[in-house]
Design a protein around this ligand. Structure first.
Ligand SMILES: *Cc1c(COP(=O)(O)O)cnc(C)c1O
Length: 409
């Protein structure tokens, strides 16, 4: 019996004794040892381990410089600031993202301008960018949704024509590739997240990648109060006490304790992502022929030919869509049913234009971004992480089959 045949006949066994969380990090002895060693060293905050982590991350993605910061949100803010986005400017982005993506635009007193997404990839639709460009447009923030790479070739072409900066929100995209090149290696800023739910973690933390050494220096300075030399140089034996402030900076620096977690995490990242992909494949094989379910079109294309062409996903998320017209219950109740069976899930994302803050401030209403809204109405993010056990995946699949059958119209 082949694997997919056995998955298709999977039945719900006794509920697992423990519930399956939506998300779990993968920390083991390697991280614990490195943190203890950092604690026993004479440097706790940004220092030699941070420098090493930045170097290793830059090597990993294949870029010249990486600047580690306190979070991806802080990194996105600095990236906008360094790109010269300021008061009254406009920044084009997707509404189908975490609030951080647009929040940082607001920090700069600029305006986030949303455009709708592609139905197959959930990424912003490049064909909708140009109609939103005004004399105030300064930048585009593409978000690689769930680790699926955006159509960067199309985005870059438009950005070049209109002299716009690109800042990739790569929070989901550690390890994602476009035509064999990793996200973060291109000639624009990309910002990654190391929050515990992401593909690798430093508890809290983020990193900005760039090939521009002047920009990297600016980011470093801005991340630590605008001080012209970082603390490591300032306090190290070769350093000196004197410094100058030439611009307003922030307290956004990384620490060596975060780097102590990040170094072993980075060494394991490819293995983590390979496991995620293997699990995604199991979900796809088992769920794609259930008439009540639908998967993002990108998933099938990925295994058909995209992967061969060097377009890889980090498989940060696995998104299941419900065919609501074939089910007698809605998405929210479906989530409740899964919860009752001990399965944690999530929804990525509530479109930002529907959030009261943005709706009120800019007059957005339902119907403004119909593709994003339609996606939002029917998506469920399933558990997908290296610590997930094989029998847990089989259990999740069996429960999903059972619920589809139970609520079939
Ligand atoms: C998690 C996330 C962020 C923010 O990351 P932090 O490190 O928590 O600041 C930004 N954008 C997206 C799309 C995210 O999912």
């Amino acid at each position: 019996m082949n694997r997919s045949a056995s998955l298709k006949s999977a039945v719900v066994r006794q509920p697992l004794t423990k519930s399956i969380p939506y998300c779990q990090h993968s920390i083991d002895d390697a991280e614990v040892k490195e943190v203890v060693s950092a604690l026993n060293s004479n440097w706790l905050t940004m220092g030699p381990r941070t420098v090493e982590f930045e170097k290793k991350f830059a090597e990993y993605v294949g870029c010249q410089h990486a600047v580690a910061v306190s979070s991806c949100t802080a990194g996105l803010h600095l990236a906008l600031r360094a790109a010269g986005v300021g008061a009254g400017d406009e920044v084009i982005t997707t509404p189908l993202t975490f609030c951080a993506t647009a929040e940082v635009v607001e920090y700069q007193a600029a305006k986030p301008v949303f455009i709708d997404v592609e139905p197959g990839s959930f990424n912003l639709d490049p064909s909708l960018i140009e109609e939103k460009i005004t004399s105030r447009t300064k930048a585009i923030i593409p978000v690689h949704y769930g680790g699926i790479p955006c159509n960067m070739a199309a985005i870059k072409k438009i950005a070049r024509q209109h002299d716009l900066a690109i800042i990739e929100d790569a929070a989901h995209a550690s390890g994602t590739r476009i035509a064999h090149r990793k996200i973060g290696s291109f000639d624009n800023q990309a910002v990654f997240s190391f929050y515990p739910t992401k593909n690798m973690t430093t508890v809290e933390g983020g990193i900005i990648t760039t090939n521009d050494s002047k920009l990297a220096e600016t980011l470093k300075v801005l991340s630590l109060h605008g001080i012209s030399k970082d603390a490591w140089k300032r306090y190290s034996s070769q350093g000196q006490w004197y410094y100058e402030i030439h611009q307003l900076g922030y307290k956004y620096n990384f620490t060596d304790l975060q780097a102590a977690i990040g170094l072993p995490q980075l060494r394991k990242l490819d293995e983590f992502n390979a496991t995620r992909e293997r699990y995604a494949r199991i979900y796809i094989d088992a769920l794609s022929d259930i008439p009540e379910f639908e998967l993002p079109a990108w998933y099938a294309k990925y295994f058909d030919d995209l992967k061969e062409q060097g377009y890889t996903s980090s498989w940060h998320l696995f998104v299941l869509m419900l065919k609501l017209d074939r089910l007698s219950i809605g998405r929210n109740q479906f989530i409740e049913e899964l919860k009752e069976k001990g399965i944690g899930t999530s929804v990525h994302f509530i479109p930002l234009h529907l959030q009261p803050f943005y709706a009120k401030k800019y007059g957005y209403t339902e119907g403004d971004f119909p593709v994003a809204e339609k996606i939002y109405s029917k998506i469920i993010s399933l558990p997908l992480y290296p610590k997930l056990a094989h029998d847990e995946i089989l259990y999740i699949i069996a429960v999903l089959r059972e619920l589809a059958k139970k609520y079939r119209l």
